[in-house]
Design a protein. Sequence first.
Length: 155
Amino acid sequence: MNTTVGIRIGDDRDRAFILDLGDRTVMDSVSSLRDAIPGMVKVSFERLVDFVYSQSHVVLIAEDEGKPCGFLLLLDGMPDEVTLAPQAFVAYMAVEPPARRKGIATALLEHAERIARERGLPCIAMMVTEENENARRVYERAGFLTERRLMCKPL
């Protein structure tokens, strides 16, 4: 990772950055199996951010030379929906496109894992689109395993 990149805990002042970067990257989260209207996907992302901020959460901000270049939204009070076991849940993570492939996503995940461990959470989970191979590779290298699959049949 670039030595000028640091990770810090975010706050409400980072919300505009999160909304901007999320709006620019959210289509990466859409499967080709679904007809998606970009404006509606952006509204869905904004609702996700509102939901995260209304729950117990941690915002992580990656900065390169003091300028934000990525973020991770971590829910720390949302149990697994099947077992109701406690977990940390990565609600969304994004890195500025020009800053990708520099270890920023890995650094954000490492910080999220450290926070989850400090809070006594036994696992960390997330969802990723099957087609987002670059993101899946990052998560697999970080030790994430496939636990479930959402299956979809276009009609």
